[in-house]
Design a protein around this ligand. Sequence first.
Ligand code: ADP
Ligand code: MG
Ligand code: MG
Length: 869
Amino acid sequence: MKHVYTFSEAQGLGKDQLGGKGAGLAAMTALGLPVPPGFTVTTDACRSYYMHRQTPVNLWQDVQDALQQLEHQTGKQFGNPERPLLLSVRSGARFSMPGMMDTILNLGLTDEVVAGLATLTGDARFAQDAYRRLIQMFGDVVVGIPRHHFETALEDLKASREVHSDLGLTAEDLTELVATYKRIFKRHAGFEFPQSPQFQLQEAILAVFKSWGNRRAATYRKLHHIPDDLGTAANVQVMVFGNLGETSGTGVGFTRNPNSGQKEIFGEFLLNAQGEDVVAGIRTPLPLSDLKKHLPEVYEQLMTTAQLLEDHFRDMQDFEFTIEDGKLYMLQTRAGKRSARAAFRIARDLVQEGRITREEAVTRIELDALEQLLYPQPVPGHGKTPLLKALPASPGAAVGVVVFSADEAVEVAKEQPCILVTLETSPEDIHGMASAQGILTARGGMTSHAAVVARGMGCPAVVGADELRVDREAGLMKVRGQVIRAGETITLNGSTGEIFLGELPLQEGEVQEEVFELLCWADGIRQLEVRANADTPQDAERARNNGAQGIGLCRTEHMFFSEERIPLVRKMILAPTPQEELEALRDLQDLQRLDFEGILLAMDGLPVTVRLMDPPLHEFLPQLPELLVRVTQLSQQERSETEELEFQESSQLLERVRELHEVNPMMGLRGARLGITRPSIICMQVHALARATRDLLSRGKRPRPEIMIPLTGTGEEMAYVRHIVEEVLASHDLHLPIGSMIEVPRACLVGGQLASNADFLSFGTNDLTQMTYGYSRDDAARFLGTYVEKGILQFDPFTRLDEDGVGSLIRLAVQDARRKAPHIKLGVCGEHGGEKHSIAFFHQVGLDYVSCSPFRLLSARLAAAHAAL
Ligand code: ADP
Ligand code: MG
Ligand code: MG
């Protein structure tokens, strides 16, 4: 099996084998772009390395053959001091994992070769600079020597020479630095820096394979749900040098603005710099537009190339380039990471430009992106002056206390929201970045590690705050003399780059027009209807504005919990005579009629599923223990007149609460059971609904109520309640759809029986999950966390539908129901109706609609479209 492909051979092999970087290099080579030659060792080799703990046979021979081709092509030779060939070894997995894997530059340098390189280029400074970078990177990546040992040595040298930038160091300084680095290397590695280029190359490739398994990479994969068994490819490439003086440089760019999505080239570069200098935020880079001044021809070529890349890949690209002595080389291209806002804008624009179809555009929008847009922003008009303003690296606002290290962020975040403030971030900080509400860095540009990672996580970030001095040891930061200590609260606005002292009130983000455009396209694609769970006219209105096609669940009892109504409800429950009950019910009916009217009006023309009374009655009464305490208290003291009255009432109430008390109320007298044993309540509700409907009809409106019976588990139960409801409706000369809410496992097993007595079935997946697992919804939080942590559950089944268990029941019910009643309408209400994986499942089993809370509607519309694509 072939494991090694040169960039020109590799064209047509997919990302699965070449990894993203390798595929990009092959594609650019095929497009005729100036790519330094090289070859890719495929992910197969990495997988086989993990499987058999050794590289495939012949791998090193194949690498040698490919290397010979490079030597032939370039006229240089690996390890030959007269005409040295230097290489980079770069990892690249199927999915781009910024900063997660490690790259080694300048491989092939040894004491002997570095001397040759100096003579050849006439630039000893350059040669020594390249060598010290190799020793550091090789030390870091292959041997695992912590980078700060090298960095400290460099800082010390700069301090002793009184220079601020690396560029201030002379050839002699760097020669001295190389000697220091070699000592550091030996001290930590236990052996000298290897003087065999072949050994360097093999070890570097192996290190790339190993880096797939390192903790940073594993964390990133976990965070982004990337499978662990894909493996990475290793790309070996001829080095080009951006550090050969002022006509050389290195940079990164985006073909469109990754924050706003605007169509403009966006990026940064540094002159006389190599490798990751730009991304690492070591020197503050210049905007790409400045390249025009410095190297106009290269700039033009770069612009043309960017366009070519975008045309070819039909998506916004993120590219890396190096200029060696006035000549442009392309080093990488990939679909660029972008903010949520930009994702919508770019997808919309590409459709308008005729590059992609609407379906493609919808596919490309990740659900997370949409959810990010709903992130908060400071309420406008706060009038506060920012403490500082820097680069708006990742949109959204956050409030939190200041912490100065990743570990601290993890700790503090357990208690309260925090903002991570650092000089810059590196992949070691990932865990802290994931815990923090926001990120602020003193260094780095829009493409720095902090910026890229924060955008990916949807975590607000502000970077490159020049005025900021961070003193981690002392636990404080300074801005123009002002001191802010760890634990103080700040507000960060990643959309504007502003930082404020103290807490600003935040509000939900605004959703711009492209979002609605894309969601409309999504609506054209999806097959699932999307409804909302709404209990008030306000909720109904919000739902309608967010595109709800009706209400899938209106919980009528929620209307009973308000302060004015609870006494009425209690009066009804406690009524000693049927006459008094009737009076209370009549009052309630009038109120409930108004509720229904409001909701039906807000949803005029769209279906509104009204669920009849569900919870056990004692939920409306005071809690037994509290009541008991109060009555005991009053009984043991001297009572004033008012207290005497309270005592009498409370004692009576206590009596009744005791009667209604249930050991296990969630499985007790509620839902259909309540409707059957105490029909007066649901009759009142149906009357109220019927009157509201009649009223609206007479006003020329189009109310479309549907009535849902909760917690039905047998066909007889359903038939019985249905009959009651129909009689009431008939008294208003109305005929409305009546459905069954499927919440107990038995209902799923006899789906057909229920379907025979219903016009629609709606799965109440919250209760259904509770009863299928036997996990109490209200108590499960105690152990669910541990279960997920220990891998006993993959996820919380109350958040995401358990397809294996609960899903099987749903499937059974759907099949049986459709057999008995082929045209019955099937839906789902409950938290799962707004969750993407669950939505995909509901689409797959062929439900007609999902219903979710109004603020999840936009996500649900998109998720339903994704499910259909
Ligand atoms: P990452 O995946 O972190 O982006 P890369 O493999 O792209 O890592 O390497 C990081 C940087 O190293 C590149 O952006 C580029 O500047 C530099 N680099 C890699 N290969 C070469 C090369 N052949 N010549 C010059 N610079 C290189
Ligand atoms: Mg890297
Ligand atoms: Mg790169």
